[in-house]
Design a protein around this ligand. Structure first.
Ligand code: PXP
Length: 239
């Protein structure tokens, strides 16, 4: 069974909606950690700082004991914050200003050289590097070639599928991607758009290491509280 990394970006979204100091991302991370139900915390420091801010990254990095997964683009100013924080893992993602959330996997053909350089610098600093990619054989092989130790398979197309046939096709692509990645020596994570209702089949894919789940957990936490939302997700993952 995969491990659960909770993404708490949208705790900061609520804070930024009113410009208040609360709710605190750090407090949410500590509450999540204290439940004993998660294996790591993920936060995405976006270039536009629309939710999480640099000080959230610094403080969460300092205060949590669980592994911290620092999600980021390859923009130099963000790379420098990551090097300062020194998280256990960094997940490199594409970023566009106008998007609501990360829309697709990295384009490793066009952006490969920069990804290779950033990957090497982060690994030299002791941070594991995961590349967020679509479940595509070329992208998986290229991730290894660029020096990544991990990949995160984009589950967005699976989550957005509008009928069973499409959902099964996307699930097959994820399963095949995980198989190939594991076979060539990459650690396989996945995430995006997962909810307690759709996570089960993804959690059951062999060789799946970590699932990064954010929006759906924070949304459920508004209704149930964060500990109950995490418990519900773990049950849905079958662990
Ligand atoms: N993984 C990556 C790389 C992401 O960009 C996101 C969204 O920030 C997630 C996982 C989590 O997605 P969601 O918030 O839909 O669970």
């Amino acid at each position: 069974m995969p491990q659960l990394y909770v993404n708490l970006d949208h705790v900061a979204t609520v804070r930024q909606a009113r410009g208040t100091p609360y709710p605190s991302v750090v407090e949410a991370a500590l509450v999540a950690e204290a439940t004993g139900r998660i294996h790591g915390i993920t936060l995405h420091l976006r270039e536009d700082r629309r939710h999480v801010h640099d000080d959230d990254m610094r403080e969460v990095g300092r205060r949590i004991e669980l592994p911290f997964n620092f999600e980021m683009s390859v923009a130099e100013e963000i790379v420098l914050v990551c090097l300062e924080v020194g998280p256990a893992q960094a997940t490199l993602v594409p970023e566009k200003r106008e998007e609501l959330t990360t829309e697709g996997g990295l384009d490793l053909d066009r952006g490969g050289d920069r990804v290779r350089e950033v990957t090497a610098r982060l690994k030299d600093a002791g941070t594991l590097v995961s590349l967020f990619i679509d479940p595509d054989a070329d992208a998986i092989r290229r991730s290894l070639d660029l020096g990544a130790t991990h990949i995160e398979l984009h589950t967005g197309r699976y989550a957005d599928a509008t009928n069973d046939a499409e959902r099964l096709r996307e699930l097959d692509a994820l399963r095949e991607g995980a198989r190939l990645a594991h076979e060539i020596g990459l650690v396989v994570n996945a995430g995006h758009g997962l909810t307690h209702e759709n996570v089960g089949p993804v959690a059951a894919i062999p060789n799946m290491e970590d699932l990064n789940i954010g929006h759906a957990i924070v949304a459920r936490a508004i209704l149930l509280g964060l500990p109950s939302a995490l418990a519900e997700m773990r049950t849905a993952m079958g662990c």
